[in-house]
Design a binder for this molecule. Sequence first.
Ligand code: ZN
Ligand code: ZN
Length: 136
Amino acid sequence: MKIDGACHCGNITYVAEIDPDKVGICHCTDCQTLSGTAFRVNVPAAKDAFTLLTGQPKIYVKTAESGAKRAQAFCPECGTPIYAAAASDPQVFNIRVGTARQRTELRPKTQGWCRSARDWVMDLRPLQQFAKQRTT
Ligand SMILES: [Zn+2]
Ligand SMILES: [Zn+2]
């Protein structure tokens, strides 16, 4: 499936070819911190299937629990996370699904690092819902 995406300010744009069955959630504590929220939704794209069209992301390299060095790419203007990849010679780009225009169709199929998942995240449905800005 072809997708295209952009950061919030529009500086960075990309196109990619992905498998929608590979969309997954990551509940790891690094994703919680780096996203500023409870979990992250990613989809991998092979190197040849990911093309940056405009902009140059800023890279922050983190060391994963496995010891692997992971480049976290984000827009230097607005801070939107765009992808993660190996710090050297990346073969796969893990695209942050929230930046894809087609995100409605990109439903997660799996979730990883559930040991650090926030317990409430598995059951959001009972929470009071507002169509727009909540008033409480
Ligand atoms: Zn931006
Ligand atoms: Zn993670």
